[in-house]
Design a protein around this ligand. Structure first.
Ligand code: NAD
Length: 337
């Protein structure tokens, strides 16, 4: 809390649609009188020792405030560029990525009972960035799995399941093929599970999870799914598709000290600057942030206004089949507050 009795939170608005959807979050927070003051920081990459890096001021702001809300950051394509998203995750050791997906009541999709919570290992696995060329035409990419990082995310998975009242943790893997790497993830999970005897634990093969998820998603409602990095990335987008797309799915990057909340989607360059984006995913990420900060009552109030606006369907954005602009949708939420 700062001297005004408000919480200071770092805001990284991001690229593409980032500034537009960030504006909506700020407007809705002030209309709802949430006791938060934003510290907006610029993360335009700088060159440090010949490598792209995040400006120190941004790093210091997150370190000081412990909590940040973040818009999407475009990853420059080409040699020598490191993804800023990966850099942020590594800098703050954001080891777990929590991705809930819940059907929006009143918004029609093939299934109306989706309620999944997926936790993705966020620091290693297939995203370790260790790739090299063996000889011309032959490259190798290393999937790194450590007991330490696996244990950390798995332990968090069990704790998180308990905290949201789910009595079941399922680990999704492919240890039949990746016997050592996914095998280590699974055997670590079995060890961690012993510390949580009150929570049911089992494992499932990734392909089976995908099949069942799109056939009958309600099977996954009572549990939290925990999985290595790449699987979590892909399965969570699949879950997003079940509830109406990337415009609706939030996420939380949890670290030892700091946590950064962000939408699952990217910078959507195809619609940037046109006031067409759906700010719901970033908004719901900011609701996860409020819950994390112990400001659940504010989150409940705003979430209700968001859900009512979506269910009414009068002022929804193009990705959901409506014809409202981002700003009109935000105003409709504010009217309900
Ligand atoms: P994307 O998520 O930006 O877009 C995919 C599709 O979904 C596009 O058609 C886009 O218009 C649509 N979409 C996404 N968010 C939307 C929203 N809020 N409202 C309405 N429609 C939305 O994925 P991409 O095109 O593969 O990536 C674009 C850039 O974003 C790349 O540079 C990528 O590296 C980056 N990216 C960043 C993050 C992040 O910051 N966490 C995540 C994913 C991608």
């Amino acid at each position: 809390k700062n001297s005004n009795g408000n919480y200071t939170v770092t805001f990284i608005e991001g690229d593409g649609i980032g500034p537009e959807i960030s504006r909506s979050v700020k407007e809705i927070f002030s209309a709802a009188k949430v006791p938060i003051e934003w510290e907006t920081v610029d993360v335009t990459p700088i060159l440090k020792d010949g490598k792209t890096a995040i400006p120190d001021a941004a790093i210091q702001s997150v370190k000081k405030n412990y909590v940040a809300l973040k818009g999407p950051l475009a990853t420059p394509i080409g040699k020598g560029h490191v993804s800023l998203n990966l850099t942020l995750r590594r800098t703050f050791n954001l080891f777990a990525n929590v991705r809930p997906c819940r059907s929006v009541p009143g918004y029609k999709t093939p299934y109306d009972n989706v309620d999944t919570v997926l936790i993705r290992e966020n620091t290693e696995g297939e995203y370790s960035g260790i790739e090299h060329e063996v000889v011309d035409g032959v490259v190798q990419s290393i999937k790194l799995i450590t007991r330490k990082a696996s244990e950390r995310v798995l332990r968090f998975g069990f704790q998180y399941a308990e905290s949201i009242g789910k009595q079941h943790v399922r680990v999704v893997h492919k240890a039949t093929i990746m016997k050592m790497s996914d095998g280590l993830f699974v055997s670590t999970a079995r060890d961690v599970a012993k510390d949580f005897p009150q929570i049911e634990f089992d494992t499932e093969l990734l392909d089976n999870t995908c099949l069942k998820m799109v056939t009958d998603p309600k099977v996954y409602q009572p549990m939290v799914l925990v999985m290595p990095n790449l699987y979590g990335d892909i399965v969570s987008d699949m879950c997003a598709g079940l509830i109406g797309g990337l415009g609706l799915t939030p996420s939380a990057n949890i670290g030892d000290e700091c946590s950064i909340f962000e939408a699952v989607h990217g910078s959507a360059p195809d619609i940037a600057g046109k006031d067409l984006a759906n700010p719901t995913a970033l908004l719901l990420s900011s609701m996860m942030m409020l819950q994390h900060m112990g400001l659940g009552a504010h989150a409940d109030k705003i979430t209700k206004a968001i859900m009512d606006t979506l269910a009414e369907g009068k002022s929804i954005t193009g990705d959901l089949g409506g014809n409202a602009t981002n700003s009109q949708y935000a105003q409709a939420i504010i009217a309900k507050l």
